[in-house]
Design a protein around this ligand. Structure first.
Ligand code: G3P
Length: 215
């Protein structure tokens, strides 16, 4: 499974990239708005660090506006992926950008039918939002399982990108179900490697070793 970072913070991207585990980045208007720089500058910095797909989301809600913003984002670098919300006006934008060779990540997906339409329109990625489902006492990961079954049934190549991840168990569940990608905040990424028993075990091994050296 590929690891993407869901952030607009260049510092977080640099830190995660140091381990060589970062396969891509997703941003959204809320994440970029938190940063104190123009969005284009941030995206340029990100593509300078990450070789994999970097998603940039349109803010227009009409097809022409989405196409204009999407084409403009695509000029920043070859690995820019345009993020389009799954609404009626987005469907032709997905199809047109895809036909122009621009990859599209379809976002704000909350149902299997939305995911099916995204794949039919030619999306490269579908982003089901898991945490926001869990927030309203629903089982977000069930949606991921349904999308994977549907895509497998028809051989769609759209990659399932699990988004709105809140904790490491979402990453585990996404991997168990066989999702292609999990995009996560840096705080979640940073927890994936940690285990208190590893730390205790290492501490004890080193203490025993030191004791033996002294004897
Ligand atoms: O980038 C889209 C998604 O991952 C947002 O997550 O935490 O705002 O629900 P969240």
């Amino acid at each position: 499974m590929k690891f993407f970072l869901d952030t607009g913070s260049v510092d977080e991207i640099r830190k995660a990239n140091e381990l060589g585990l970062l396969d891509g980045v997703t941003t959204n208007p809320s994440l970029l708005a938190k940063e104190k720089k123009p969005y284009r500058e941030i995206l340029k910095e990100i593509v300078g660090i990450v070789k994999g797909p970097v998603s940039a989301e349109v803010t227009a809600t009409d097809t022409e506006g989405m196409l204009r913003e999407g084409r403009d984002y695509a000029k920043i670098a070859d690995n820019i992926v345009v993020k389009i919300p799954i609404i009626k006006t987005g469907v032709n934008a997905i199809r047109t950008l895809t036909s122009e060779g621009i990859k599209v990540n379809v976002t704000l997906c909350f149902s299997p039918t939305q995911a099916l339409i995204a794949a039919k329109a030619g999306a490269s990625f579908i982003s089901p939002f898991i945490g926001r489902f869990d927030d309203i006492s629903s089982e977000g990961m069930q949606l991921v399982a349904e999308i994977i079954t549907i895509y497998d049934n028809y051989g769609y190549e759209t990659e399932v990108l699990v988004a709105s991840v809140r904790h490491p168990m979402h990453v585990v569940q996404a991997a168990m179900i066989g999702a292609d990608i999990c995009t996560m905040p840096y705080a979640v990424f940073d927890k994936l490697l940690n285990h208190p028993l590893t730390d205790i075990g290492l501490k004890n091994f080193l203490a025993d070793w030191e004791k033996a050296q002294k004897q």
